[in-house]
Design a protein around this ligand. Structure first.
Ligand code: IMP
Ligand code: MG
Length: 178
């Protein structure tokens, strides 16, 4: 951890709290999907990588994994509102159950666009799992099927979440001092 982060006081969720909650989410998803053949996990780069690898190991469903990358933030802490795809998945989604795994649901613009994209690729069923949810920050309506924790609309970092690419490797979720 950098010196700046070590002196940041506000830890929202500790490593232990994160691990416990992700394990619970994985078990819940396994219970819901264990009879489904060919589950595809679509991990949203880059932030969700940390959450996704933990979640998949808790799910233990033998799911396929692919990645999509969307960008809307640049280096700021406010969404630009324009979502572009920087990487598209290769996996065939036609007729499949696709679980989109995202680090945080904020304005809803990113997941709305990814959800529409996955539907257009022919998925039969689309589910979303987000580690964090800021329900008060929505600009478009969107509800995730699985939510780790609901938070107030702070800008947070750690466990994959960045600010201008920094702090992704911080094992806790911390509020970025404004
Ligand atoms: P949305 O499109 O506004 O819902 O934003 C979703 C994306 O914005 C996420 O994939 C994150 O990359 C980023 N984001 C939103 N809130 C935060 C935050 O508090 N910290 C870091 N990244 C965030
Ligand atoms: Mg990000």
């Amino acid at each position: 951890m950098s010196v700046a982060m070590a002196s940041t006081p506000v830890v929202l969720f500790t490593e232990q709290e994160i691990a416990k909650r992700v394990m619970e989410m994985g078990r819940e998803i396994r219970d819901d999907l264990e009879d489904v053949r060919d589950v595809i996990v679509l991990c949203v780069l880059k932030g969700a990588v940390f959450f996704c690898t933990d979640l998949m190991r808790a799910m233990k469903l033998g799911a396929k994994l692919d990645f999509i990358q969307a960008s809307s933030y640049g280096s700021g802490t406010e969404s630009s509102g324009v979502v572009e795809f920087l990487k598209e998945p290769q996996v065939v989604m036609t007729g499949k159950t696709v679980l989109i795994v995202e680090d945080i649901l904020d304005s809803g613009l990113t997941l709305r666009k990814i959800d529409d994209y996955v539907a257009a690729r022919g998925a039969e069923r689309i589910l979303t799992a987000v580690f964090l949810d800021k329900p008060k920050a929505r600009k478009v309506p969107f509800q995730a099927d699985y939510v780790g924790f609901e938070i107030e609309p702070h800008f947070v970092v750690g466990y994959g979440l960045d600010h201008a690419e920094a702090h992704r490797d911080c094992p806790e979720i911390r509020i970025l001092p404004g």
